[in-house]
Design a protein around this ligand. Structure first.
Ligand code: TEU
Ligand code: CA
Length: 578
C-alpha cells in the first residue's frame, strides 16, 4: 500500500467515507456501484484524502443496506464484481489512497450460509455459531404454549431483540433487525472463521477495516435483563456494550490477523457507548488492540430518551467540552481519537449544529470543518460533507427508506405513541436517510444531480440546485470543497495538527456567560494546538469559530496580538477588525 513503510501513517491523513449505494451509479439502475466510485477517484484525489472507507459492499439482502452480510468473501452483484473491486483498489493505490473495508461481524445476515446451517437443526455443528436460547418459562402455560423471550432485551430497530424459530423451537438473538442474527463470539470456531476471512481481504490488498459495532461482540454471562426502556422491554445495548471479553478478543484479533502482516493496517472500531477509559485501553498501541475507535457521546448529547424524540438545541460548551475531555482522557494519555461529525448514521452537521440557512450555510460548514480538524486525532469526512450538505426537507413517510424509521413509525402507531405527523419533526432532524441521499455531482436535481441515469433509490436533496454539488464547488474559490481541500493540505504541511498538544480555550461552562470580552451566552469555540506550552521556540495554531450570526470581539486569550490567519471561512475583505 502507498506509504506502507511509515509507521502510524493513519495519524497523518484524513479518511473519506463512501456510502456506495449513494455515491455514484454507473449502470443506471438507480443504485450506486463500484464503477461509479472508480469514475470519481479524481474527486477524492483532488480533496487530498489519505484513505477511503467503504460502507459494506458484500452480498446482502440489503435489509439494513449491507450491514447484513450474506457472504463475507464476495461483492454484492448490484455493486459489481471482485474484478471491479481489484480495479478500484489498484486505482486508489495509484493515487496514493488506501482502502479500508467496513466489516460487520457482530452479526451476519439471516441469509448467510452459517445461519442457514445454524437454524436447520439443534444438532447442526453450526448451531452454536449464533445465540440460541429456550423460551423463558412463565407461570400458567398451557400445553403447546411457549414461554416468553429469554430476557427483556430490545433491538436497536424497535421491538424485542429475540426472534422465535418455529422449526427448532428456540429464540435467536438479534441486537439489530431480525434479519441480523448475532454471532456467538464465545465459540472459538466463529472467531477463527472471522480472522481467516479478514486475512483473505488483507491478502487481496485492502489496507484495514472499520469494524462495525465491534464492542458489542462479547455478551455478559447469563444474558441478564437490561434496564427498562419502554413497552416492557429493557436495553440490550446497556448490557452488552464493551462486554467482559471485548479487550481479550481485540488482542486475539491483533495476534491472529494483523501481527501476521507488516504493520500497515488501520483498524477502527465502531463502538457505541464506549467510555473514554475503554477507548484508551483499546487504542493504546502497547496493548495491541485497535488503532482508534469511534466514540458516540458527542453525537448523543442533545437526545432526551429515544433519538427520534424532538431534540434540544445543543449548548456549544457541551460539544466543545466533550471533545476536549476525550482529548484529555484518550489522546493525552497515549491513545488516539477518531474525529467525526457525520457518517451514514448521522444527520448533516450543518443542519444539526451549524446554520443551514442559505445565507450562512457555507460559512457554517467551513467553521465546523475547521474546528473538527483542529482536534487531536484522525479526521473523517463523510461524502457530501465536503460540499456542506444539509438535511433533506422530509414531508411524507413514502420518502423514507431506512429500516430504523420504518420500524419506529410502525411500532409507535401500534403502541399509540404518536402518528407519523406527530413524529415527523423528531424524525426529520435525526434520521439516517439525511446522510443517504445521492451524492450531488451537478445542480440538475430533476435528472438526479449527476448521480446516474436511472431514478435514484432515494430522493435527491433539492440543495443541489443551490450550490451543494461538486460541479459548482471543485476548483471554485470560496467553496466549502476548496476549504476542505486547504484544510486537508494544511494537515500535511503543519505537524502541529497531527502531533501538537491540545487545549480548549473556550467556551467552557465555568466561563458562564461566555468568554471575557464577549457578551451574551457562550458562542465562540476556540482550541489551540501547540508544540510546547512556553519558551521562545513555542509555536501554536489556534482554531476559532463564531457560532452566532453576530460579530464578536475576540479577547487576547483567544487571539493574541500579532497572530496570523492561515485559513479562514470568511473572505479577507469581509473580516472585521483584524
Ligand atoms: O451502527 C451501530 C449503531 O449503534 C448506530 O449508529 C445505529 O445506527 C443506531 O443505533 C441507530 O439508531 C452500525 C452501522 O453503522 C449501522 O449503519 C448499522 O445499521 C448497525 O451498525 C448494524 O450493523
Ligand atoms: Ca448501479
Amino acid at each position: 500500500a502507498p506509504g506502507a513503510d511509515q509507521p502510524d501513517w493513519w495519524k497523518n491523513g484524513v479518511v473519506y467515507q463512501i456510502y456506495p449505494r449513494s455515491f455514484a451509479d454507473a449502470n443506471g439502475d438507480g443504485i450506486g456501484d463500484l464503477r461509479g466510485i472508480i469514475n470519481h477517484v479524481d474527486h477524492l484525489a483532488a480533496l487530498g484524502v489519505q484513505t477511503v472507507w467503504l460502507s459494506p459492499i458484500y452480498p446482502s439482502p440489503q435489509d439494513d443496506n449491507g450491514y447484513d452480510i450474506a457472504n463475507y468473501r464476495d461483492i454484492e452483484p448490484m455493486f459489481g464484481t471482485l474484478d471491479d473491486f481489484d480495479e478500484l483498489i489498484e486505482k486508489l493505490h495509484a493515487h496514493g489512497i488506501r482502502l479500508v473495508m467496513d466489516l460487520v461481524v457482530n452479526h451476519s445476515s439471516d441469509e448467510h450460509e452459517w445461519f442457514l446451517e445454524s437454524r436447520s437443526s439443534r444438532e447442526n455443528p453450526k448451531r452454536d455459531w449464533y445465540i440460541w436460547r429456550d423460551a423463558r418459562e412463565v407461570e400458567g402455560l398451557k400445553p403447546g404454549e411457549r414461554g416468553t423471550e429469554p430476557n427483556n432485551w430490545d433491538s436497536a430497530f424497535s421491538g424485542p431483540g429475540w426472534q422465535w424459530d418455529e422449526e427448532t423451537e428456540q429464540f435467536y438473538l438479534h441486537m439489530f433487525s431480525r434479519k441480523q442474527p448475532d454471532l456467538n463470539w464465545e465459540n472459538p470456531e466463529v472467531r477463527e472463521a472471522v480472522y481467516d476471512m479478514m486475512r483473505w481481504w488483507l491478502d487481496r490488498g485492502v489496507d484495514g477495516f472499520r469494524m462495525d459495532v465491534i464492542n458489542l461482540i462479547s455478551k455478559p454471562e447469563g444474558l441478564p435483563d437490561g434496564p427498562p426502556t419502554q413497552d416492557g422491554l429493557g436495553s440490550a445495548f446497556a448490557m452488552v456494550m464493551t462486554g467482559p471479553r471485548f479487550h481479550e478478543f481485540m488482542q486475539e484479533m491483533r495476534r491472529e490477523v494483523f501481527d501476521r502482516y507488516p504493520k500497515t493496517f488501520v483498524n477502527v472500531g465502531e463502538t457505541p457507548g464506549i467510555t473514554a477509559h475503554d477507548a484508551l485501553l483499546t487504542s493504546k498501541p502497547e496493548r495491541g488492540e485497535l488503532e482508534m475507535v469511534f466514540q458516540f457521546e458527542h453525537v448523543g448529547l442533545e437526545h432526551e430518551g429515544h433519538k427520534f424524540n424532538p431534540s434540544r438545541a445543543l449548548p456549544l460548551h457541551e460539544l466543545a467540552g466533550n471533545l476536549a475531555r476525550w482529548d484529555r482522557e484518550v489522546a493525552e494519555e497515549g491513545g488516539w481519537n477518531s474525529l467525526y461529525f457525520e457518517n451514514h448514521d448521522q444527520p448533516r452537521s450543518v443542519s444539526r449544529w451549524g446554520d443551514d440557512d442559505p445565507e450562512w450555510r457555507v460559512r457554517s460548514a467551513k467553521a465546523l470543518a475547521g474546528m473538527l480538524h483542529a482536534h487531536r486525532g484522525t479526521p473523517y469526512v463523510y461524502q457530501g460533507q465536503e460540499l456542506g450538505q444539509v438535511n433533506f426537507p422530509w414531508e411524507s413517510l413514502e420518502q423514507f427508506r431506512d429500516i430504523e424509521v420504518l420500524n419506529y413509525v410502525r411500532e409507535s402507531e401500534q403502541f399509540g405513541h404518536g402518528t407519523f405527523e406527530e413524529l415527523l419533526p423528531g424524525i426529520s432532524d435525526m434520521n439516517r436517510d439525511n446522510a443517504r441521499t445521492p451524492m450531488p455531482w451537478t445542480s440538475a436535481v430533476e435528472s438526479g444531480a449527476g448521480f446516474g441515469e436511472g431514478e435514484p433509490w432515494i430522493a435527491v436533496n433539492p440543495s443541489a440546485a443551490e450550490g451543494v454539488n461538486a460541479a459548482d464547488q471543485v476548483g471554485v474559490e470560496g467553496s466549502v470543497f476548496e476549504f476542505y481541500r486547504a484544510l486537508i493540505a494544511l494537515r500535511k504541511s503543519e505537524p502541529l495538527l497531527v502531533s501538537g498538544g491540545f487545549e480548549l480555550l473556550g467556551p467552557v461552562e465555568s466561563m458562564g456567560e461566555g468568554l471575557p470580552g464577549q457578551s451574551g451566552p457562550s458562542r465562540v469555540w476556540a482550541v489551540r494546538r501547540f508544540s510546547a506550552r512556553e519558551g521562545s521556540d513555542a509555536s501554536s495554531l489556534i482554531a476559532v469559530a463564531n457560532f452566532s450570526r453576530e460579530t464578536v470581539e475576540l479577547g487576547e486569550n483567544v487571539w493574541p496580538a500579532g497572530a496570523e490567519v492561515v485559513l479562514s471561512n470568511v473572505a479577507e475583505s469581509e473580516r472585521a477588525g483584524e
